[in-house]
Write a new protein. Structure first.
Length: 426
């Protein structure tokens, strides 16, 4: 074994399926040996072989203030010293709930959970309980966690019946999910015209960040809101990734849209397991113990996780936080585009707030089908060349990237310089 990374990966595969606890970590898409990380500080992470990288994954989004921000670490240490968990209410949960209601006006009541998957799964159940309907709509390429009804792809032939995208999901459950094309207003209108009165909820990523990055069309967001209202369906905005990432008010604030329910995770947990769903009071009041829709969690509102989240949300409320973050992301994407152009590489990039997309095609995609036309082999080559030079990008051509407030213009410039050399030798 030449490296500790390789040794750890080899050993892990004996006791953990694929050697990882979440599939994308296995580097299957890009090939090679996944990195095992041992430390993070600010914009940097160190792998098991003590090699340093500029980190553009940020734990898939939560690390918006950088790794080990002293205010977050202190808050976690203080909370931990008071007790790791009680399974009973705490004042910190009230503080978090009040803060979420204040920052996101669409949230009148909120419940804390431990993962984005739980948040979306329960938001769907709640929408079904509230409407008394069973069917839901999602969009191809949007990811909403791994509950059965959301691991569904478009069915062939029939317009409305989805098919499981994972083994183990019963076809009967997948059939309740209709999968449509992102940004396709006509498809949405057709479906609502056909089965609008059976639809409990539409769930969507307001900026799609799990099929690389796709910016929503204005008319798509407006149609979602209008059709849900017209047909009595619950409009669920999945802001697990975009919440406190695109702006302080999330994508809903950025675009000025008002969902019925919102799901949050990632940044709001500051790196620890905290997530939430919330929204209209009349809907949220259907939840147990008030109402008949059941939901629970041993670790829900865990005091240490809530402390990390509160400390992080305190930092992102500082003046100009998102302006600064947006500038960094834009510097990166514009610099990379320019370098690619200079060396004649088919490449485009864009950003919104603190998230960005890199595409090995001439223009940013607007649909799942267009994302699929990106040159995956080119991305994989780029990924490994960057990794070799100490730049850690998401290990898949179909993931968004993230900057943090700990990144400096010098980090961005160094990243662009390295990419430029790679494009030069392309
Ligand atoms: C990450 C993500 C989820 C799932 O959250 P987990 O905490 O990984 O369960 C759901 N929706 C979106 C949009 C996400 O990006």
């Amino acid at each position: 074994m030449s490296s500790r990374n390789e040794y750890l990966f080899e050993q892990s595969q004996h006791v953990i399926p694929g050697g990882v606890n979440s599939p994308v970590r296995a580097f299957k898409s890009v090939g090679g040996t996944p990195l095992f990380f041992k430390r993070g500080q600010g914009a940097y992470v160190w792998d098991a072989d003590d090699k340093r990288y500029i980190d553009y994954v940020g734990s898939w989004g939560p690390m918006i203030v950088g790794h080990c921000h002293p205010a977050v670490v202190t808050a976690v240490q203080d909370a931990a010293a008071q007790g790791l968990g009680f399974g009973a209410p705490t004042a910190a949960e009230l503080e978090m709930a009040e803060l979420l209601c204040k920052l996101l006006p669409s949230i009148e009541m909120v419940r804390l959970v431990s993962s984005g998957t739980e948040a979306t799964m329960t938001a769907i159940r709640l929408a079904r309980g509230f409407t008394g309907r069973s069917r839901i709509i999602k969009f191809e390429g949007c990811y909403h966690g791994h509950s059965d009804g959301l691991l569904v792809k478009a069915g062939s032939g029939a317009l409305t019946f989805g098919q499981p995208s994972s083994s183990g999901v019963p076809a009967e459950i997948a059939a309740l999910t209709t999968v449509l094309d992102y940004n396709d207003v006509a498809g949405l209108e057709r479906t609502f015209a056909a089965i609008g009165n059976e639809i409990a909820a539409v769930i969507v990523e307001p900026v799609a960040g799990n099929m690389n990055l796709i910016i929503p069309k204005r008319e798509f967001l407006d149609a979602l809101r209008a059709l849900c209202t017209k047909h009595g369906a619950v409009f669920i905005l999945d802001e697990v990734m975009t919440g406190f990432r695109v702006s302080l008010q999330g994508a809903q604030g950025h675009y000025g849209i008002k969902p019925d329910l919102v799901t949050l995770g990632k940044v709001m947990g500051g790196g620890l397991p905290a997530a939430a769903f919330g929204g209209r009071r009349d809907i949220m009041q259907c939840l147990a113990p008030l109402g008949a829709v059941y939901q629970a969690g041993t670790l829900s509102g865990n005091p240490v996780a809530v402390a990390a989240g509160l400390a992080t949300l305190e930092l992102v409320q500082q003046p100009d936080f998102y302006e600064h973050l947006s500038v960094l992301a834009r510097q990166l994407t514009e610099g990379l585009e320019q370098a690619a152009k200079q060396h004649g590489v088919d490449f485009s990039a864009q950003s919104i707030g603190g998230m960005f997309g890199l595409y090995f095609r001439a223009t940013p995609p607007t649909s799942y089908a267009e994302v699929m036309t990106c040159d995956k082999e080119a991305f994989n080559r780029f990924f490994h060349a960057m990794l070799d030079q100490g730049i850690y990008m998401a290990p898949s051509a179909f993931e968004a990237g993230f900057v943090s407030s700990a990144h400096t213009s010098a980090d961005i410039a160094q990243t662009i310089a390295i990419a430029s050399k790679i494009f030069e030798a392309w």
